[in-house]
Write a protein that binds this ligand. Structure first.
Ligand SMILES: C[S@@+](CC[C@H](N)C(=O)[O-])C[C@H]1O[C@@H](n2cnc3c(N)ncnc32)[C@H](O)[C@@H]1O
Length: 280
């Protein structure tokens, strides 16, 4: 544990077992019920109780994460990050020290970008994958990186001005619980044509399904939804990385992967919804 791990003194986190507030004591977070969680040397805390883990190592694998880090660091999705930041700017302008919880933060590309844009913000980056938050914590120690599940966030009621979910799971009721009234969810989901050219290469029987985010269930109300798109050309190395960082890598047949691996380059569509859900 380093001194910089004082970020956890900022509060906002609760015990995933008994729900009481967590306070930092030396190199650990402790609740009044004496449940104790060590701050790892790398600067993250595991707040995912074993009973909420559905496999030994849930979430993205280290191989997927390494590919995502390299791909995102090259800036291919910087327009998506700029769109989420613009949505946060528009909806959280009132507050100097905005509080943000990035759920399914992965290796932290978007989360760290939020902090650069809002240097006074209090930010929690949560992901079910321990490998992800470990990697994310190498981006900055000024974010509270935690291992947690989106359906049971160890975050206090009404803590957040904004919850972000970029290509990750949205749990509406739980997100509404941690949002202050008027707070927002900024959600990014894939559009119908997202990476369609890649899918045509790797799937023989592609069913081109029309995609649109599902209407909210009543805990939040939709206040905006924009479909955005851009084109990018990737070379062979970047195409392999892209495949590796997506769940397609777990589904693709070896002969179809081989088809992609010999392509010198491919023009791709990136298409996504940026949707805003607000807590009344
Ligand atoms: C497609 S990745 C997106 C990661 C990151 N937002 C990005 O776009 O680079 C989805 C992330 O959600 C995480 N994840 C999957 N199920 C989750 C859950 N139940 N709770 C929290 N995170 C989860 C995965 O480990 C993975 O890092």
């Amino acid at each position: 544990m380093t001194q910089n791990s004082r970020i956890f003194e900022c509060g906002g986190l609760i015990c995933p077992i008994c729900g009481r507030e967590l306070a930092q004591s030396g190199g650990s977070l402790v609740c009044a019920g004496r449940h104790t969680y060590d701050i790892a040397r790398q600067g993250y805390v595991n707040l995912l109780p074993v009973q909420r883990k559905h496999s030994l190592a849930p979430g993205d694998t280290p191989e997927m994460l390494a590919a995502r880090r390299e791909f995102l660091n090259e800036g291919h999705y910087s327009a998506i990050r700029a769109d989420v930041i613009a949505a946060l700017d528009e909806n959280c302008r009132h507050s100097d020290s905005v509080t943000i919880c990035d759920v399914g933060c992965g290796e932290g590309y978007y989360t760290a970008g939020f902090l650069r844009h809002f240097p006074a913000a209090r930010i929690i980056g949560a992901d079910i994958s321990k490998a992800a938050v470990r990697m994310a914590s190498s981006r900055t120690r000024d974010i509270s990186w935690i291992t947690a599940t989106a359906s049971h966030l160890p975050v206090a009621d009404e803590f957040a001005d904004a919850v972000t979910a970029v290509f990750s799971l949205v749990c509406e009721e739980e997100f509404a619980r941690i949002l202050r009234p008027g707070g927002i969810v900024a959600e990014v989901t894939a559009g119908t044509s997202h990476l369609i050219e890649l899918k045509r290469v790797i799937y023989d029987d592609l069913f081109e399904q029309h995609k649109r985010p599902k209407p909210p269930q009543g805990f939040l109300r939709e206040t905006g939804c924009e479909l955005k798109s851009f084109r990018m050309t990737l070379d062979n190395r970047q195409l392999r990385q892209l495949l590796l960082m997506t769940p397609h890598t777990l589904r693709v047949r070896p002969e179809n992967r081989a088809r992609l691996e010999v392509l010198p380059s491919l023009d791709l569509t990136v298409e996504y919804f940026v949707r805003i859900l607000q807590k009344p």
